[in-house]
Design a protein around this ligand. Structure first.
Ligand code: ADP
Ligand code: ZN
Length: 622
């Protein structure tokens, strides 16, 4: 293990291992089969990369994502670990070269697509070369119960048959026992060590808001994250196109991504995002699987996802570098209905699809800590009272005072008028408006006329939507969208049930939640205020990435750049202390980064920056 620590420090520049990495690496060193379940961002790759680099023997990594393989290999090569991949994107010549190098024992890691691995020539080659161990990435793809079943994974059975003495290590972020059992069976694992990490992502701030004005709400959130990377998920392609256009008109560097676009367009969107030419990708769920950009600062769901599993996976693409990031979910009761009809239209919905949809909706409607809800959903206990990183715990959403009475009054008004009117009119009556229509209908004589006089129109309208969302009210079938009280709603009127109405208390501020989230994760990380130097380093990173033809995040992560901006190393030794700087990167990249930092240090004293930057520098080392 000491050897591993040294390798991790020398190659990756990390001083410590993340939770469970040591155990997972231990299983690899002990040649014992294992299943490692860690959430996105949990550091799964290091669990097989570090032992492979330390042993200096060939590890074979099976991965379903071709785009990701290239990134992983580029990342390893940049860090000085000999690695390559075999998949359909290679030309015949390229493939032959890789194969020859495999035979000569040149690589420590070889990434292979599952359909290629199981071909007899490939198996033969690997047998000749000798394999230290197999790592199966995204191992849930083997299970029909996972959210991403891939039939080609089923053929991986041959690995155990052809390499009976070589250990197999499976990695996934999907935690359900059923998927886990499938992995063990399908890969014929022998008493695998099972390691399950915590599913909480403390650096993510979760927020849920009822959708009132999509564009307005989205831009408000974007303003909290100007110039940083993010993803916006929509349910439908048309929404993707509309939102992208609207954002571009407002000056955001946004690109669209969905299955309706041509391959080339999709690839361009993805490339623009990876190369930092675009900040925002507006996408349907089709986007993200092949993206490893670790500095995604926010994920916005402009519509509700269809399950908590999907939500966890999509929102989980934020903050993989451990820095504070925001996950905002905008939903409406209509999203629930939309998904239901989509699922029904696809024929018989998969077992569990509708209950999962309801769970998702419960999450949106819920008034309990989001971190706790998510962690509990995945079968783990949550031990903190307030997470300090969700809308509920931050006090941004509260159950309305007298919520039960308010709900009853609204439902009573709807019944009193014979369920023949729409939400706007009901709102007017409840607020005691003096309109010609109310006069004509003589509705000012109703018991419920004016009972909610003291509340703003938008508030009352929103409560009606909430009651609709919780299915206490339903829209009538007729020509006009009139409101009906449902059977559940009648239970409220009889006092047998109470509906919680939520209200947004304050706007999320740019600073407060992330500071809290930051403390929750790793004090001392990201506390820099030197935005200027950070931005300068980002530009340098982009330039150097372009020169090398690799994505910027493979040069250094945001976390490393932040630390450089805070610590301002000027010597090689000091530079090597930065998390994420290993020997090879010091050699290859160190001089230019050091020069940049030194120059900034000289220049900034004489730099006549406006007041804000002086204010910033005064709190530099808090
Ligand atoms: P996963 O595959 O589980 O989603 P990754 O392997 O992509 O996670 O790692 C997530 C992030 O954590 C990466 O940016 C990686 O560089 C970083 N990381 C991994 N292990 C460590 C460690 N021991 N110390 C610091 N950062 C780490
Ligand atoms: Zn919370």
């Amino acid at each position: 293990m000491e050897n591993i620590r040294q390798t991790v420090k020398r190659v990756w520049g990390y001083d410590a291992l993340l939770p469970l990495q040591e155990e997972a690496i231990g299983a690899v060193l002990a040649r014992r089969d294992s299943i490692v379940i860690l959430p996105t961002g949990g550091g799964k790759s290091l669990c097989y990369q570090a032992p492979a680099a330390a042993m200096g023997k060939l590890a074979v990594v099976v991965s379903p994502l071709i785009a990701l393989m290239k990134d992983q290999v580029d990342g390893l090569t940049t860090a000085g670990v000999p690695a390559a991949f075999l998949n359909s994107s290679l030309t015949t010549d390229e493939r032959r070269l890789v194969e020859a190098n495999v035979a000569r024992g040149r690589y420590h890691l070889l990434y292979v697509a599952p359909e290629r691995l199981v071909l007899p020539p490939c198996l033969r080659l690997l047998k000749q070369a000798g394999v230290a161990f197999f790592a199966i990435d995204e191992a849930h793809c083997i299970s029909q119960w996972g959210h991403d079943f891939r039939p080609e994974y089923r053929q991986l059975k041959v690995v155990r048959e052809d390499f009976p003495d070589v250990a197999i290590h499976a990695f996934t972020a999907t935690a359900t026992p059923r998927v886990r059992a499938d992995i063990a069976t399908e890969l014929a694992l022998r008493e695998p060590e099972i390691l399950v990490g915590s599913f909480d992502r403390p650096n993510l701030v979760y927020r849920v808001r009822r959708r009132t004005d999509r564009l307005q709400q989205v831009t408000e959130a974007l303003e909290r994250h100007r110039g940083t990377a993010g993803i916006i998920y929509c349910i439908r392609r048309a929404e993707v196109d509309q939102l992208t256009d609207a954002l571009r008109r407002r000056g955001y560097r946004a690109v669209a991504y969905h299955a309706g676009l041509a391959d080339a367009e999709r690839r361009r969107a993805q490339d623009d995002f990876i190369a930092e030419r675009a900040d925002v990708v507006v996408a349907t769920v089709a986007f993200g699987m092949g993206i490893d950009r670790s500095d995604v600062r926010y994920v916005i769901h402009a519509g509700m996802p269809k399950s908590i599993e999907h939500y966890q996976q999509e929102a989980g693409r934020a903050g993989r570098d451990g820095l504070p990031s925001e996950c905002l979910l905008l939903y409406s009761g209509g999203d629930f209905g939309l998904w239901r009809s989509i699922l029904m239209a696809e024929g018989l919905p998969a077992p569990g699809a509708l209950p999962k949809l309801s769970e998702m909706y419960n999450y949106c409607q819920g008034a309990a800590c989001r971190h706790r809800f998510l962690v509990n959903y995945f079968g783990q206990a949550y031990r903190t009272d307030t997470c300090g990183a969700c809308d509920i715990c931050l006090g941004e959403v509260a159950v309305e005072d007298g919520s039960a009475t308010l709900a009853r009054q609204i439902l009573a008004c709807v019944t009193e008028m014979g369920e023949r009117f729409g939400a706007d009119y009901v709102t007017d009556v409840l607020r005691g408006a003096e309109t010609a229509r109310i006069a004509r209908m003589r509705h000012s004589r109703l018991d419920t006329y004016g009972v909610l006089r003291q509340y703003p129109k938008a508030t009352v309208r929103n409560w009606i939507e909430q009651l609709e969302g919780q299915e206490y009210l339903a829209r009538g079938e007729g020509e006009y969208p009139t409101l009906d009280v449902t059977a559940q709603g009648h239970r409220i009127l009889r006092g047998e049930d109470a509906a919680p109405l939520l209200r947004t208390v304050g706007r999320p501020s740019r600073e407060a939640p992330s500071r809290l989230a930051r403390q929750a994760v790793s004090p001392g990380l990201g506390r820099t205020n030197d935005e200027d130097l950070f931005e300068t380093l980002r530009v340098l990173r982009r330039t150097m990435a372009q020169e090398r033809g690799i994505p910027p995040y493979l040069i250094f992560s945001d976390a490393s750049l932040r630390e450089m901006a805070r610590e301002r190393p000027t010597t090689e030794d000091a530079f090597l202390q930065i998390r994420g700087v290993g020997q090879r990167k010091l050699q290859d990249l160190g001089q230019r980064f050091l020069a940049c930092i030194r120059k900034h240090g000289d220049g900034s004293a004489g730099d006549t920056s406006p007041a804000p930057s002086i204010a910033r520098s005064s709190t530099k080392r808090d």
